[in-house]
Ligand binder design. Structure first.
Ligand code: AMP
Length: 402
């Protein structure tokens, strides 16, 4: 099947070709036809499956015949990174349609957003908090929205955004088409679906399992040896871009500093950074000036760098869902990837849960030549992640670069 079979407008097909998409991904094949028929839809799909285009393309097709200058489609995103990436996808796919998109999120000044809103846009991709600010101030009108997308709904729920979403829904008129995407379906999301969607079609891409293109390996290691193991592993492994996940902001900062001192081109992405710092880190990672990005879980969604060859869980994630989301950053459309997870004795229950999810034992690896019996270093992380969490977060680095 090709994109031609969707009968998209030629101006939209130009965008598809410009992005080099030749064959629709499974979620696109299943979701685009019902969305184009105007059906509500639940998309159970992990990140990296091509779900953004699955909703952006039908939105562009629908809005081509709507009046300009009013918001016809609203996408609600849990994080600024995801909002930016969806905005970029909408802009690139819609480059020849004349439809205008904008991203709305907090941490940046309102002025620019107000100017863009006044100039007129047809597609808004927004994080809930800042969108509510605009709604309260009467600076945005979403009463004409014909298509609403709730993206990464489970993440939105994890971040406590569900009440905000209900608030936003109150400002919208019915009937409208509602599309909800989620990697998992916790009970609260199921309830939201029942309240908000009308006779939805459900499209599920595989089970909520990690992509089959990713291989998984565990590196058992003492907590205090993690920094040395990471450096050694990065030196000895052939990698493209590498994403390293830590459990806390503090640990992300320190691991990044440590790698920077060891000569790696590294940036850090964590919640205490300003929007400018985040963008610098992301841009540098995307264009290859940083080979390693050390991040907390905020970065695990929507990070759209296609050649991440390795995800390294420096700290074990705290749920199997978080694991899936983290490693969803590698092995994306048609590529392979490796997920390495450092494990200490505290992580045994999570290892069991992961092996249950993957339905197979995970390979235990040791790094050849690494001194696993070394005595504790004088500096570094000699405490457990729990202890690290209790330590106050120090001054935020002034730049994302080390
Ligand atoms: P998403 O799951 O929407 O974050 O998409 C993951 C990546 O796949 C993005 O970089 C998209 O540009 C890319 N992508 C989406 N659809 C296709 C396609 N049909 N062919 C090739 N790449 C695609």
């Amino acid at each position: 099947m090709s994109f031609e079979s969707f009968n998209l407008h030629p101006s939209i097909m130009t965008g598809v070709q410009a992005l080099g998409y030749v064959t629709p991904t499974p979620i696109q094949l299943q979701a685009i036809p019902p969305i184009m028929q105007g059906r509500d839809l639940i998309g159970l799909a992990q990140t990296g499956t091509g779900k953004t285009a699955a909703f952006v393309l039908p939105i562009l097709q629908r809005l081509l015949r709507c009046p300009r200058g009013r918001i016809g489609a609203l996408v609600i995103s849990p994080t600024r990174e995801l909002a930016e990436q969806t905005y970029e996808a909408a802009t690139e796919l819609g480059q020849k349609t004349g439809l205008r998109s904008m991203a709305i999120y907090g941490g940046v000044s309102m002025d620019q957003q107000l100017r863009k809103l006044r100039d007129g846009v047809e597609i808004v991709i927004a994080c809930p908090g800042r969108l509510l600010d605009h709604l309260w101030q009467g600076t945005i009108d979403i009463s004409n929205v014909e298509v609403l997308v709730i993206d990464e709904a489970d993440r939105m729920f994890d971040m406590g955004f569900l009440p905000d979403i209900r608030g936003i829904l109150k400002c919208m008129l019915k009937p409208r088409q509602t599309l909800l995407f989620s990697a998992t379906m916790p009970d609260d999301i199921r309830r939201l679906v029942q309240e908000v969607l009308r006779e939805p079609v459900t499209v599920q891409i595989g089970r909520t399992l990690p992509a089959a293109t990713v291989s998984h390996a565990l590196y058992p290691v003492r907590q205090d040896l993690k920094p040395a193991l990471l450096k050694e592993l990065l030196r000895k492994t052939k990698t493209e871009s590498v994403l390293v996940f830590t459990r806390t902001k503090y640990r992300a900062e320190h691991v990044a500093q440590l790698l920077g001192r060891a000569g790696f081109r590294v940036a850090c992405l964590q919640g205490n950074l300003s929007q400018y710092q985040r963008q610098t880190a992301l841009d540098g990672f995307r264009d290859g000036s940083f080979k390693v990005l050390v991040a907390t879980d905020i970065a695990s969604r929507g990070l759209d760098v296609l050649d991440i060859s390795h995800v390294i869980n420096y700290d074990m994630p705290d749920s199997t869902d978080a694991y899936i989301h983290r490693i969803g950053r590698t092995g994306r459309v048609g590529k392979t990837g490796d997920a390495f997870t450092f494990v200490t004795s505290e992580d045994t229950p999570m290892v069991r849960a992961l092996e249950h999810l993957l339905n197979s034992p995970m390979q235990r690896r040791t790094l050849e030549g690494f001194d696993y019996g070394a005595s504790a270093p004088a500096r570094g992380f000699t405490r457990s992640p729990g202890e690290m969490r209790r330590r106050p977060i120090g001054a935020v680095a002034s730049a994302a670069r080390y």
